[in-house]
Ligand binder design. Structure first.
Ligand code: ADP
Ligand code: ZN
Ligand code: MG
Length: 508
């Protein structure tokens, strides 16, 4: 699960802080436009691997989830995992792609120690799906980023270069990841800024995770992104030569890497140089990219159709069955929640951060008397405290039913906002849910009308100017009196009763 606090307001500042010192003037920068296309690999959450029965799970002891098929031993034959096809198809449909009825697996040949077969099973000229898109925010409207293709392939193993006692002299290989089912999602070169790329990735991950086909966990490598970027003078139609930035392990770093790379290319062109097509690596500590290999050293994969697997047929009927499992996707869900609960766009974003969270919120919102109060409590009391305690939502001491209870107590005027805050503080301090804390504390409340009336009289007597304003028609001044009495009562006045009595007294 990603960090709970995903909202990104000052993106560019972040990016600049993380990128190496840049010397380009804004005027020169403005003469150029960047072109960005992204290639994203996503591991599928199947029980077993793509072409064998080995467990598909992260973190097992090295080389324990392997068999003759994923080790590429002679004579072993692959059998396609039906679940992987269903997941890939579901993802394709969620990304608005056209799913091809007949797609073809191909061998992508290269030599590397973590690839025992000497080739990767992938798809080449007949991928599973094509012609999709994702919408990203674009000012007040939206922009469609095209998805060229989505194809299935298998992952390679992992070379362990660091962290072992003899890492200085040896590299080890862990083949557990060999044969893990992947989808690769290739975008059109439709993005023009690092922020747009960041948005695209955020939406893509959100959709993928919502469909349940992947956990999208970048730290564990279940979502990986290569970024292609070029620059061209503004107004020129023809694309410039691109560089590909590999191995960047967070969306923020990708944005920073792109920002750096764009400026590097512009500086190069400005000083009379030429961008060469190459693969570059991003160094997050330095905020720079470095050349890894140039086009001349690029791989020739010698693709050919995989002779051990028949073409993959996804019939209309099967596709329909898979489509029927599509959950409500985040964008649609936000729109519905805004309409159904009267919450704000920003609330809707926080509340749909994960599908589980949105489910919980909706259960609480439906159980509570006023769903907007539930949303407000989540935004104000919960989010802030989770952030301060550096907790994920899943680790919150206060459950959504606890929030619903708190919302109802506030709605009925049984708790003032100050008392509510104190109870939330206690929940986090004692790591207990709202229900038990409320039962134990049962905050004192002054619900005795004559006591409250005496307090109101005192405040009215002490503030003749405000009384004057109110009687001249400025009804909002009532809130001032409520606030003053609440303060005098140390937050213990029954808010509903207090409101009623203040108005009555002022109107008297
Ligand atoms: P390659 O043949 O080098 O693999 P592709 O045409 O397959 O290149 O594109 C790979 C990725 O690079 C795609 O996401 C595509 O959108 C992007 N891309 C292609 N050309 C450019 C360009 N000139 N500038 C930026 N991105 C590009
Ligand atoms: Zn295996
Ligand atoms: Mg390509």
């Amino acid at each position: 699960m990603g960090s709970f606090a995903t909202s990104e307001t000052n993106g560019l500042n972040w990016t600049r802080a993380m990128a190496a010192a840049l010397t380009l003037s804004p005027e020169v920068r403005a003469k150029y436009e960047a072109v960005i296309g992204l290639e994203v690999h996503v591991q599928l959450l199947t029980e077993t691997k793509a072409f064998c029965g080995c467990a598909n799970k992260f973190g097992a002891p090295p080389n324990t989830n392997v068999c003759p098929v994923c080790l590429g031993l002679p004579g072993a034959l692959p059998v396609l995992n039906r679940r992987a096809v269903e997941f890939a198809t579901l993802a394709s449909l969620a990304l608005n792609c056209e799913v091809r009825e007949r797609s073809v697996f191909a061998r992508k040949n290269y030599f590397y120690p973590d690839l025992p077969k000497g080739y990767q099973i992938s798809q080449f000229d007949k991928p599973l799906a094509e012609f999709g898109w994702i919408e990203v925010p674009n000012g007040d409207s939206k922009k469609r980023i095209g998805i060229t293709r989505l194809h299935m392939e298998e992952d390679a193993g992992k070379s362990l270069h660091d962290g072992l006692p003899d890492s200085a002299t040896r590299t080890y290989v862990d083949l557990n990841r060999c044969g893990t089912p992947l989808i690769e999602i290739v975008s059109e070169p439709d993005m023009r800024t690092p922020d747009e790329a960041y948005e695209y990735l955020t939406r893509l991950k959100e959709i993928i995770v919502y469909t349940g086909v992947s956990d999208g966990n970048m730290e564990e490598g279940s979502l990986r992104c290569d970024a292609n970027v070029s620059v061209r003078p503004r107004g020129q139609e023809k694309f410039g030569t691109k560089a590909e930035v590999k191995n960047v392990n967070s969306f923020r770093f990708i944005r920073a890497a792109l920002e750096y790379e764009i400026e590097r290319q512009i500086e190069l062109v400005e000083s009379g140089g030429r961008v060469v097509q190459e693969t570059r690596l991003y160094n997050a500590n330095e905020g720079r990219t470095y050349s890894m290999r140039s086009k001349e050293q690029a791989h020739d994969y010698r693709y050919f159709p995989e002779p051990d697997l028949p073409p993959l047929i996804v019939t209309e009927k099967w596709k329909t069955e898979i489509a029927a499992r599509m959950p409500e996707l985040p964008e649609a869900r936000r729109a519905r929640m805004i309409a159904e609960y009267g919450i704000s766009e920003q609330d809707a974003h926080t509340l749909t951060a994960t599908r589980a969270f949105a489910d919980q919120f909706e259960a609480a919102a439906r159980a509570a008397k006023n769903p907007r109060r539930v949303a407000n409590l989540v935004q104000s009391e919960l989010t802030m405290r989770l952030k301060a305690a550096n907790l994920e939502l899943e680790q919150s001491p206060v459950s959504m039913s606890g929030i619903a209870l708190a919302a109802d107590l506030a709605e009925d005027g049984k708790l003032s906002s100050k008392q509510l805050k104190q109870l939330f503080d206690l929940c986090f301090e004692k790591n207990q849910d709202f229900g038990p804390i409320y039962e134990r504390e049962k905050p004192q409340q002054i619900s005795d009308a004559s006591t409250l009336e005496r307090m109101i009289d005192d405040v009215i007597a002490a503030n003749p100017a405000q009384v004057e304003q109110y009687r001249k028609g400025k009804k909002t001044v009532a809130a001032f009196f409520v606030g003053q009495v609440m303060k005098a009562s140390k937050g213990q006045a029954n808010p509903a009763l207090l409101n009623e009595l203040v108005t009555k007294k002022l109107d008297a």
